[in-house]
Ligand binder design. Structure first.
Ligand code: TRP
Length: 452
């Protein structure tokens, strides 16, 4: 056991920005806009907001409560409150972090590559061929490694000196850039039809269970829930933090950036009459389609915009890099804190060894986009939703008096009864329902990968 005192955030702002940094990432920028368009515009938005409020927020608060209360990494936190039998759930969290960062870093590598192209050469030519070039092969491996290197370097710097400092510098910059891009996009000729496509409700779609499944999956991925990332960050908090307020700010910022990203993406696409292209490439079920929506269509749009397109493209991909980096940090931190707590390793050793392992695990995803797609499905549909189910049952039913812990630092108990009820009944019911849909789909995708 390492006996060094546990690290702490230096300020409340530092924690909030780091947690927002975890939540805001690649998931907000393209997964959200694409799904919104695909599943009924404002109808999807309404369901996604509903899931975020009724299911996401209670689980977020549960993670913060477990982390701050135990001052431990996920595995130890669950054992602390639930006994040894709950350790395996924590191990599932760590495994999820492992898998997600392995492929997330590959995608992040593409964004670095595209940002460099925007800056130094511009886009142009065949955007599909370009995407295949960027996304598959040794180059993809190289950029994946470079991104992982940046991530591990920050995490090795510690909670205050690495993670918090990065978030304090980068997150305000990200907000400014997204707002700036949304204002710019509002003045493009495609703004009107772009907004209409994005925000017009197709209320037939809202009734479909499938839309609910996607809205739930998106809410959990985007809020970084279901694998102990928020738990781990909260374990570096002091007793005086106001957890309900923090979770509202984190979720609000996450939803806000996702919404703004839609206000950027759709006018850009429609400015050039490319809507057909985005629906055509992205209208498939596979995540390859999602990936295509961003990495194929937008560079096409930037290319058509001439000189302005290079600047807008550079800034756009810079936003993606920043979002991806601060999210990747939180994924790595889950694994690192578990290794520090569980194996007694020092931070430096834990960070470099686990990052090396994840970099290796990501290599197949950099050579075969279908592998990446299946890793994403398994991680978000099975691990995250299953993990969130376990979490809600744990805090709702197993943990002794979570309400006493969550109220520390607040001045009342008014809403906590409702929180407990949500965790006990509503959240598990929604998650079981969604999992019943998601498990067979995901297993079929895995079988498809091996079946050819
Ligand atoms: N939320 C991030 C995004 O939207 C990704 C992410 C970071 C994440 N940490 C996580 C997802 C933990 C699930 C769990 O891109």
């Amino acid at each position: 056991m390492a006996n060094a005192p546990r690290e702490q955030w230096s300020s409340r702002t530092g924690f909030v920005l780091a947690a927002v940094g975890s939540a805001v990432g690649l998931g907000n920028m393209w997964r959200f806009s694409y799904l919104t368009a695909e599943y009924g515009g404002a109808a999807f938005l309404v369901l996604y907001l509903g899931v975020t409020l009724m299911v996401g927020l209670p689980v977020m608060l549960a993670e913060l409560t477990l982390g701050r209360g135990s001052q431990r990494s996920p595995v130890r936190a669950l054992q602390h409150y639930g006994g040894a039998a709950w350790g395996p759930l924590g191990a599932v969290f760590v495994a999820a972090g492992f898998v997600i960062l392995s492929y997330y870093s590959v995608i992040a590598g593409w964004t670095v590559r595209y940002a460099l192209s925007a800056l130094f050469s511009g886009f142009g030519g065949d955007t599909v061929a370009r995407f295949n070039d960027v996304s598959v092969g040794w180059d993809a491996v190289g950029f994946h490694f470079a991104f992982m290197l940046a991530t591990v370097w920050i995490v090795a710097g510690g909670v205050k000196g690495g993670i918090e400092r990065t978030a304090i510098v980068l997150m305000p910059l990200l907000f400014l850039l997204v707002v700036g891009l949304a204002i710019y996009a509002s003045r493009l000729p495609g703004a009107g039809p772009g907004y209409a496509y994005y925000l017009e409700a197709d209320f037939d779609a809202i009734l479909s269970w499938k839309v609910l499944t996607h809205a739930a999956g998106q809410a959990f991925f985007s809020l970084s829930l279901g694998m102990g990332a928020m738990l781990t960050y909260a374990s570096y908090l002091g007793r005086d933090a106001h957890l309900p307020n923090e979770s509202l700010i984190i979720a609000g910022a996450d939803v806000g950036v996702a919404f703004l990203a839609g206000l950027v993406v759709f006018p850009l696409i429609f400015a050039l009459g490319l809507s057909g292209a985005v629906i055509g490439t992205a209208g498939t079920e596979a995540d390859i389609g999602n990936v295509g929506a961003l990495f194929i269509t937008l560079p096409g749009a930037f290319a058509e915009m001439g000189a302005a397109g290079r600047w807008v493209g550079t800034l756009f991909f810079a936003v993606l890099i920043v979002g991806a980096l601060t999210s990747a940090i939180s994924l790595l931190e889950v694994v690192v804190s578990a290794a520090m707590d569980g194996l007694g390793w020092g931070r430096t050793r834990a960070a470099w060894l686990s990052a090396a392992a994840m970099a290796t695990l990501g290599i197949p995803a950099a050579f075969n986009i279908e592998v990446l797609d299946v890793m994403d499905k398994v991680a978000s549909n099975l691990f995250l939703l299953g993990g969130a189910l376990g979490l809600s049952l744990f805090v709702g039913w197993r943990m002794q008096d979570p309400v006493a812990e969550v109220t520390l630092g607040t001045d009342g108990v008014r809403w906590f009864f409702l929180w407990r009820m949500l965790l006990r009944f509503v959240v598990p019911a929604v998650l079981v329902f969604v999992l019943v849909q998601a498990v067979p789909d995901t297993l079929a995708a895995v079988a498809g990968l091996f079946g050819g």
